[in-house]
Design a binder for this molecule. Structure first.
Ligand SMILES: Nc1nc2c(ncn2[C@@H]2O[C@H](COP(=O)(O)OP(=O)(O)OP(=O)(O)O)[C@@H](O)[C@H]2O)c(=O)[nH]1
Ligand SMILES: [Mg+2]
Ligand SMILES: [Zn+2]
Length: 320
């Protein structure tokens, strides 16, 4: 790689200047600023996407051209296996691309939102990602029974629910998490203060230093996470894998999903769908609806159906 020659070319941002096209992975995103780790190794470069609209996500494989020793321009995004994002009526916000798993990080305290948990599960199902639910801070014993009780429903649905105390029992937590995370590309999602970054620091030896470095590069520096960042898991056993830390969020709009995707994103609905009287049943008010019958006799939880109905309502607000 000859960065100096590229710089001398004086305009890698314009096409056809003869700048070498290099390959890398996007490891951090903050607005229109990205950090790209070169495939060839070496320090990450600060990159901007070519063109006005930035649609690059952490985890993307990209082609870039370097414009100086530590800067570059992204010229192409590689094909994605998947792209996780949230959306409202007006805009969408990318989480990350090329994922295997979604780790939903909850805590005994602060009180977690079941609405956000339900939406994260739907997002995982809709993207064919394995969801794992993590209950952290089980050392806070006063709040533990209620948190466990609220998660029972999700265990019954067949979801994996793990319990740890990242702070009080870090060794145990590390063993449990390593078993589920090694070899996979996993994004950590959750509200602020649940322990996502603490988890990353527990599993990635030099994460804290890397975070500080990037905070400086991207002009942020607060304790709470303000940008999405990918960390490679220690590769002692060559299993590979990476963790993606993301800022805590309060809203998880799924306006981009279709009704067909939504109904199948509820695993307890799936065996019922073929038994509705109408083939195009919306499972909201229709007579002979197998889902509504299951809600009626307790096989489907009313709260889960209410989330489905709310999501259907939201997607109906979008002018397609
Ligand atoms: N009691 C207790 N506190 C914990 C535990 N794990 C993390 N914390 C604390 O919870 C607070 C929030 O942790 P973070 O890891 O910064 O949370 P986060 O999910 O990254 O939050 P955002 O970056 O704002 O989204 C910190 O003060 C941690 O020290 C735990 O197992 N027990
Ligand atoms: Mg954080
Ligand atoms: Zn139905």
């Amino acid at each position: 790689m000859n960065r100096r020659a590229t710089k001398a070319a004086g305009g890698a941002a314009q096409a056809g200047t003869g700048a070498a096209t290099l390959h890398g992975v996007v490891i951090a995103a903050h607005g229109r600023h990205y950090l790209v780790a070169p495939d060839a190794g070496g320090a990450p470069l600060q990159c901007f996407p070519r063109g006005k609209k930035s649609e690059v996500a952490v985890g993307d494989r990209v082609e870039y051209q370097s414009t100086s020793a530590d800067q570059g321009v992204i010229v192409a995004i590689g094909e994605r296996r998947n792209l996780l994002y949230r959306s409202d009526q007006f805009k969408s916000k990318l989480f990350a691309a090329n994922l295997d798993q979604l780790l939903i990080v909850l805590a005994t305290e602060p009180h977690f939102s079941e609405d956000l948990l339900g939406r994260a599960l739907v997002a995982a199902e809709a993207n064919d990602l394995k969801p794992i639910i993590l209950l952290n801070k089980i050392d806070l014993e006063a709040a533990l029974p209620l948190a466990r009780e609220r998660l029972e429903r999700y265990r019954e649905l067949g979801y994996t629910v793990l319990e740890v105390s990242e702070k009080k029992h870090p060794e145990e937590a590390r063993a449990i998490l390593t078993e589920h995370l090694r070899g996979h590309q996993t994004i950590l999602l959750g509200q602020s203060g649940m322990g996502k970054s603490t988890l990353v620091n527990l599993l990635i030896p030099d994460a804290e230093a890397a975070t500080r470095e990037i905070s400086t590069a991207l002009n942020s520096g607060r304790h709470t996470t303000t940008f999405t960042r990918l960390y490679k898991l220690p590769d002692g056993d060559h299993s590979g894998g990476a963790l993606i830390d993301s800022p805590g969020f309060q809203e998880f709009g799924l306006y981009h999903l279709t009704e067909g995707t939504l109904e199948r994103a509820f695993p307890e609905f799936r065996p019922l769908l073929a038994h509705c009287r109408f083939y195009n049943c919306h499972h909201l008010h229709e007579p002979g609806c197998a889902v509504l019958e299951a809600v009626e006799d307790g096989r489907v939880e009313p709260e889960r159906h209410a989330l489905y109905a709310q999501l259907v309502h939201e997607i109906s607000q979008v002018v397609r």
